[in-house]
Design a protein around this ligand. Structure first.
Ligand code: NAD
Ligand code: TYD
Length: 332
């Protein structure tokens, strides 16, 4: 099988490429990535000299570049996106370009070159804040940030291409990911790296927002099941069912560091901050036999250990452009 992985230099894309190379000894992988601030080829050191792996620098919104990379592949898995809610609040432009127009460009190329299947990696955030119960795949879209609205736009295009042209697309809605190689602007890696540096952690609002968390390896196995046996035209939620308030997560992290509540700094809330995400993921469990295997406690322990052991990796990222962004966010 020959796979085009877009956004493969980011957090989950690079975890998925390493997973594929490890799991399938004959698969060939093309990693097509623009290398934005979030793309990092150091995430792929383990596979960079493997003859079955190839890197192509390119933008998914560039139809010419996509048409070269996509020819002859059996499947496309699209991880490429602008992904951070706070950045989307400061400036949505890149989100609209990549998450909507980039998805459209990929869909056109899949249609034109007769690619067997495209998996669109999307998010539970398109369902908006779920006050109670769980959102299944038929839950209405109610995005509340420019990030989730852009992802929803891409997902709607996927649906329209399935219905109008019969394009072979599957959309996933994942809950919050965590694990090795996550850029240290996101909640868990930001808090863990701050604590390693002896700094306080900035908790938004009252800290009682609820997120559902899935470990990288479990998400890789879910996408693997969908690439191989997912039904074309369908949508699959990918969730663990493990939901915690942000304060609960911070308490678990602090326990691992032996720190107390004095390390928490309550800061101004994020505008439009979704209160709760909760997925009904019974469809993928029932139809594809997938189940998460790593508990949040175990995944968190492994993740903290990874950030402690890979300080060179994240210290480089927590400087330069990142600092500029951080100062805009906190006016520091
Ligand atoms: P990330 O921000 O770590 O990486 C994104 C990657 O996409 C980077 O390598 C970047 O260089 C690349 N990219 C950005 N714009 C591009 C463009 N125009 N063309 C080509 N490459 C481009 O993202 P992530 O956290 O690994 O998320 C991967 C996917 O999963 C995204 O689609 C995201 O919406 C979705 N998702 C993420 C989470 C989460 O908790 N992180 C949860 C659910 C869904
Ligand atoms: P984040 O990792 O940005 O993911 P999401 O896409 O779900 O917003 O944030 C996860 C949760 O953590 C979310 O409720 C916002 C909160 N948060 C903080 O309290 N402080 C922070 O510095 C960050 C980045 C997030």
């Amino acid at each position: 099988m020959r796979l085009l992985i877009t956004g493969g230099a980011g957090f989950m894309g690079s975890n998925f490429i390493r997973y594929l190379i490890r799991t399938y000894p004959t698969y060939e992988i093309i990693n097509f990535d623009k290398l934005t601030y979030a793309g990092n080829l150091e995430n792929l050191k383990e596979v960079e000299n493997n003859p079955r792996y190839q890197f192509v620098r390119g933008d998914i919104s560039d139809a010419d570049a996509v048409s070269v990379a996509i020819r002859g592949v059996d499947a496309v898995v699209n991880f490429a996106a602008e992904t951070h809610v706070d950045r989307s609040i400061m400036d949505p432009t890149a989100f609209i370009r990549t998450d909507i127009f980039g998805t459209y460009t990929l869909l056109e190329a899949v249609k034109k070159y007769g690619v067997g299947r495209m998996i669109q990696i999307s998010t539970d955030e398109v369902y908006g804040s779920v006050a109670e119960g769980e959102a299944d795949e038929s839950h209405p879209f109610e995005p509340n940030s420019p990030y989730s609205a852009s992802k929803a736009g891409g997902d709607h295009l996927c649906r329209a291409y399935v219905k109008t042209y019969g394009t072979p697309v599957i959309v996933t809605h994942g809950c919050n990911f965590y694990g090795p190689n996550q850029y240290p602007e996101k909640f868990i890696p930001l808090f863990v790296t701050n604590l390693i540096e002896g700094k306080k952690v900035p908790l938004y609002g009252d800290g009682r927002n609820i997120r559902e968390w899935i470990y990288t390896e479990d998400h890789c196995r879910a996408v693997d099941r969908i690439v191989h046996d997912g039904k074309l035209g369908e949508v699959y939620n990918i969730g663990s069912g493990e939901r915690y308030t942000n304060i609960e997560v911070v308490e678990m992290i602090l326990q691992e560091f032996g720190g107390g509540d004095e390390m928490i700094e309550y800061v101004q809330d994020r505008p439009g901050h979704d209160r709760r995400y909760a997925l009904d993921s019974s469809k993928i469990r029932r139809e594809l036999g997938w189940n998460p295997e790593v508990s949040f406690r175990d995944g968190l322990t492994k993740t903290i250990a990874w950030y402690k052991e890979n300080q060179v990796w994240w210290k480089k990222l927590k400087s330069g452009e990142y600092l500029e962004y951080y100062m805009k966010l906190y006016g520091g």
